[in-house]
Design a protein around this ligand. Structure first.
Ligand code: SAH
Ligand code: SF4
Length: 389
């Protein structure tokens, strides 16, 4: 059987825009190189980054520390990219969900989840997903492409605009944590994701510490080591089953890289320690993966790996064949996991009123007749309340 991710090698296009160079697509050294070509000294790079990533400007006009002539020259050569919020939904519990539209018209979801001690932004790494996990709405989306690094960074910039987060660096800033748990498989777009994370974590960039960034993968085993080495962020793994038989159905990429290989890659994750644990995500599906025996097998499987367990109540979507496990079943499962030493393993659902139907924003945009193709989003971000970092 040809597994779904092979569609990837068919050449999913990356979006290209002609005209002025988008500075958010450039690393700090790439920008320094471009400025050097114009005869500008290195310190201009820091100045531009400060205006863009600490002050949140979207053009050159407000950059008052630069002479007018220089601002005009830069405006002729560069732009500062942002996706536009095609839709925004605010939950009664403070969760905000955006459908961001990129320059080519494609769209992806970003979700902000405020908590007492942190504010987590859940960003997308692809438009749609080439994988076809059977319980996930994103996997049903037809149109897929990688997001560029600037489009990943752009989600943080545009969310910051909407949250009134500028200037950054002050106490009480809204976005303190980033999770790559929106649409897409980040390890199928690792080059762009890693480039974006360098801008997001750089002190002169968005200045969000790597310790506060978590990347979730369905289990792209060959990229896990490079992910740790190149990004240094926390890893979350969408495990969801304890046998290959069940996981092959839930997370079909398991046919290519089965559980034993995935666990070995986790053991070898660079920087893994009791202070830097891997989060194992486990969606609770009624009658599929939720028995006490499954819970005991899960604990055995993770033995020896510094880990956290995140039990995710299944978020149903129209047409799914799955149901969420009943609350007492989740409680019994959680109890076994807790007795094995894993603290608070059940993820608190957030923003249910705006996210109850997965991919709500996308279906809304379909109903409004703004697109013809049937598409769906994931909407999973709303449940990431307790992802521990
Ligand atoms: N592609 C990556 C990251 C995005 S999905 C991955 O699969 O890890 C983020 C998390 O939400 C994953 O653990 C995913 O399995 C889970 N998820 C997807 N659909 C869900 C649903 N309908 N209900 C609950 N969790 C879901
Ligand atoms: Fe893709 Fe993750 Fe959804 Fe699987 S769970 S289809 S990898 S977004």
């Amino acid at each position: 059987m040809q597994v779904a991710e092979d569609r990837w090698s068919d050449g999913v296009p990356e979006h290209q825009v002609s005209g002025p160079v988008d500075i958010t697509e450039l690393s700090r050294s790439e920008l320094a190189g471009r400025l050097a070509e114009l005869g500008l000294p290195a310190f201009r790079t820091g100045q531009l980054w400060h205006w863009i990533y600490h002050r949140g400007v979207t053009g050159f006009e407000p950059m008052t520390t630069l002479a007018r002539q220089l601002r005009d020259e830069l405006a002729g050569r560069f732009r500062i990219g942002r996706p536009v919020p095609a839709l925004e939904q605010r939950s009664t519990d403070g969760t905000v969900k955006w459908l961001f539209r990129f320059a080519d018209g494609s769209e992806a979801e970003t979700v902000f989840i405020p908590e007492t001690d942190r504010g987590t932004l859940c960003v997308s790494s692809q438009v749609g997903c080439t994988l076809t996990c059977s319980f996930c709405h994103t996997g049903t989306q037809r149109l897929v492409r990688n997001l560029t690094s600037g489009e990943i960074v752009g989600q943080v910039l545009a969310a910051s605009d909407a949250l009134g987060a500028w200037p950054s660096g002050r106490a009480g800033r809204p976005i303190t944590n980033i999770v790559l748990m929106g649409m897409g498989e980040p390890l199928y777009n690792l080059d762009n994701v890693a480039a974006a994370l360098r801008v997001i974590s750089d002190n002169e960039g968005l200045s969000i510490s790597k310790r506060r960034i978590t990347l979730s993968t369905s289990g792209v085993v060959p990229e896990i080591e490079r992910c740790g080495r190149e990004t240094g962020v926390n890893l979350a793994v969408s495990l969801h089953a304890v046998t290959d038989e069940v996981r092959n159905v839930l997370v079909p990429i398991n046919r290519k890289w089965p559980i034993a290989e995935l666990m070995q890659a986790c053991r070898d994750y660079p920087g893994l320690s009791n202070a830097r644990r891997i989060t194992f995500e486990y969606v609770m599906l009624d009658g599929i993966n939720d028995t006490p025996e499954d819970a005991r097998a899960l604990v055995r499987l993770l033995g020896g790996i510094p880990s956290k367990i995140n039990l995710i109540p299944f978020n149903p979507w129209p047409g799914t064949r799955y149901r969420c496990s009943p609350a007492p079943v989740i409680a019994r499962f959680a109890d076994i996991v807790m007795k094995a030493g894993y603290a608070s393993p059940v993820r608190t659902p957030r923003g249910r009123d705006i996210l109850a139907a997965c991919g709500q924003l996308r279906s809304d945009s379909e109903r409004q007749g703004r697109r013809r193709e049937p598409r769906a989003g994931t909407g999973v971000g709303g449940d990431i309340g307790t992802v521990g970092i």
